[in-house]
Design a protein. Structure first.
Lengths: 440, 440
């Protein structure tokens, strides 16, 4: 296979660097094999304490217990009247209002026959009361009397003590993602500070003599460095603020300096300079710096030249130089790695079944991630339309894509109308219209 | 209808406050009517300049043009040899290598018959060359000669000048969300600073004598204020850092002071104290402070008591006091409002079709948003299982929900196996396993 031809060349090249004679480097892995190779080597980072205002999106690193019963006692579920069901087995009937109870009050009286209490939602039931009648089923009379228009059964419209939370119960478990609702739960049990898994320190390096930095004047012969910034944003989207190391040219010593700085971080992302041309020094230099390379080259498109290595304390991802390839490889490999380091259990982007608006070719040797836009058919089912350009250099097409259709390898081509799985990209979290338009 | 009974009571109550005699307040709106009532009054805020590192998730407020051609000239799409197709109409044939061209180089020679140039991916084609042959289709010989094993056609493995981006073309439009790919595009056209729509200033206030602040000692008779923090996190999830005003008790003057402070912001979120009991002063106080109330009470569950008002420069949302009701109302009404203020076009949460694992009741008068977990059936289609507890006080059930099933009103109940739409909540952006497991 052509890939293997490159493989041999490269293995020979690496054999010349003594540090690497130790082991074989896997090549031509499947996406799944590559993900397993990476994730098998990753465990969550150590924990740290954080405040509630900084907790969103972090992974909880402790078990959280309820510190109280909620509701704290039997309370009314409605605005209305607390009464004795025995007084209300028939209607209409008139009772005397002995007090007015709102949330947070402590009832002063125990209800006697013929008595009731006006009560607000969430207010504690007075002793003697065993039911609540909604205000709309009553009519207020003079002299603090109220007429009940319907009979009442016991235990109606009452929220029982501890029905939502019982003191001592586990409310959140270690590893849970801290969502807005979880922040609400933490506030409920009065946890202003909590243990979470710390975030990885991530460094980003671009590689290549042809690259022009953002702050450099425009040179028409050069290629602007966009990967550093797209990767920065992909990392930021996970709640991590990365360090941009800049652009390393192909001079081995200078490159080594950049890589050494990068390896001081938990994760080093390098884009470009990792294909197999004679001019690529990245992987050999990493090897001489003590990085163990576990694989290079994954059978996917875009993103074929992709390598992964480790030191005792750092993870190194060599991403392709093409802008789209770099982003797609990040989605498949770096994103789940960073999420596992952060202590999360849900590591991968949500995928949804989509009906293909156009046929998608299945490649013999590689999975293809096909940029596509989403739409709905009459039944509300999702349709995916592949973008006209699937060029790995066409980053514009990524800004217009909602999803990546996963086109399996070595299958029959996917026909128009067939169902495929599509990974939802950032923008696809949102949609233009609510479905409530149709329903509500 | 019972709702209307409340409606009359409340309208009477409000009529007593002179500021409000001006207009009728709509009540019992549908979710769609309420969303329209809100969004019709909202336009994006003014623009501001931001740096690329702070741009992610913002809405672009200007049109961005390409400042260069990409590729800047015809370049090789492969590592291999640039040659004259005329020399390679048959194979095998041997050509002389005259130079070595990598990305960023300027070719020194024009290819003559019998000559070729070794060329790297992205490197400029030398003049005379009209095709590229991949290295795996060649065999390197001694004395800088290379044997081509296959014939070559013109224009093979060449990326043409400007094929990805042409100088002067529009690359991003005003209103586009700045995704990681868009950040890459902005870096490509060397825009270190860009115009975006500014973020709204959001204030959050909880209301109710029964509430206990996070920093207060535990009082078993009280209810912890969780809504301030759940709302804080829901706002943070949109990239906005809100201001927490704290807890207002039911004393009218104190409440007025809190509300005045809140109205100095673009958006004021108030949770609790807005049901229709005699003890609720929030809406009357807002009215006396010059807030025009547009509706209160939306026919939905959870979240029935929900009000919306405006001043010349502020939007006020009165959310229910129950934790789940507050969060669900935020999702349906506040979230799209904040996204529109931020200049976004995609205002609503993504919904997907799901097959119901259990029947869901359709209410006569109101849409129900049913907490549910997602799973996949054998075919890869989504199943939604409603949570056991749908209590509006049970915030724990929100931490375990992936989605909200939208149960339309006034329909037949949704049967097991029927398809419904489900709004994906925060956690549902991620899933445990990649679909590549099945395919790659």
């Amino acid at each position: 296979m052509p890939q293997k031809h490159f493989g041999i060349l490269e293995t020979e090249a690496l054999m010349n660097s003594p540090a690497d004679t130790s082991h074989e480097i896997a090549t031509g892995l499947s996406v799944q094999e590559a993900q397993a190779c990476i994730l098998d080597r990753i465990t969550p980072l150590e924990t740290e304490e954080t405040g509630l205002a900084q907790a969103l999106g972090r992974a909880l690193a402790e078990e959280v217990l309820a510190n109280r019963d909620l509701p704290p006692c039997d309370v009314s579920a409605m605005d209305g009247y607390a009464a004795r069901a025995a007084d209300l087995d028939s209607a209409p009937i008139t009772l005397q209002i002995v007090e007015d109870i709102k949330a947070g009050d402590t009832p002063r009286f125990s209800l006697q026959p013929g008595q009731c209490a006006r009560i607000m939602t969430g207010a504690p039931l007075p002793s003697g009361a065993d039911t609540v009648v909604r205000v709309e089923d009553t009519r207020l009379l003079e002299n603090d009397r109220v007429e009940f228009l319907v009979p009442a059964k016991p235990a109606t419209d009452i929220r029982l003590r501890a029905e939502n939370m019982r003191k001592g119960d586990i409310v959140l478990r270690a590893g849970e993602e801290i969502t807005p609702a979880a922040v609400g739960v933490l506030a409920t049990v009065k946890r202003a500070k909590i243990k979470v898994t710390r975030k990885p320190r991530v460094a980003i390096l671009s590689n290549g003599d042809e690259l022009e930095a953002l702050n450099e004047p425009l040179d028409p012969r050069k290629i602007p460095d966009s990967n550093s910034y797209a990767l920065m944003a992909q990392v930021q989207a996970l709640g991590i603020e990365p360090v941009l190391l800049g652009i390393a040219c192909d001079k081995p010593d200078e490159l080594a300096g950049f890589l050494e700085r990068g390896l001081e971080h938990d994760v080093l992302l390098i884009s470009g300079g990792t294909s197999v041309g004679d001019h690529d020094h990245v992987r050999p230099t990493l090897t001489t710096l003590g990085v163990t390379m576990h694989f290079w080259r994954v059978e996917m498109r875009p993103g074929h030249p992709m390598a992964f290595g480790t030191t005792k304390h750092a993870f190194v991802f060599c991403l392709p130089g093409n802008p789209v390839s770099s982003m797609v490889c990040f989605e498949q490999f770096v994103l789940p790695a960073l999420r596992r380091l952060m202590g999360h259990r849900r590591l991968f982007r949500r995928t949804i079944p989509v009906r293909l608006a156009q046929a998608v070719k299945s490649r013999q040797n590689r999975v293809e991630f096909v940029r596509a836009t989403l739409s709905r058919d009459a039944s509300g089912a999702y349709m995916a339309t592949p973008a006209a350009s699937q060029s790995s250099g066409d980053i514009l097409s990524m800004t217009r894509a909602d999803a990546l259709i996963v086109a399996p390898s070595g299958r029959n081509d996917l026909a128009t109308g067939e169902i495929a799985q599509a990974q939802l990209l950032e923008t696809a979290i949102w949609q233009h219209t609510p479905d409530t338009e149709k329903y509500c």
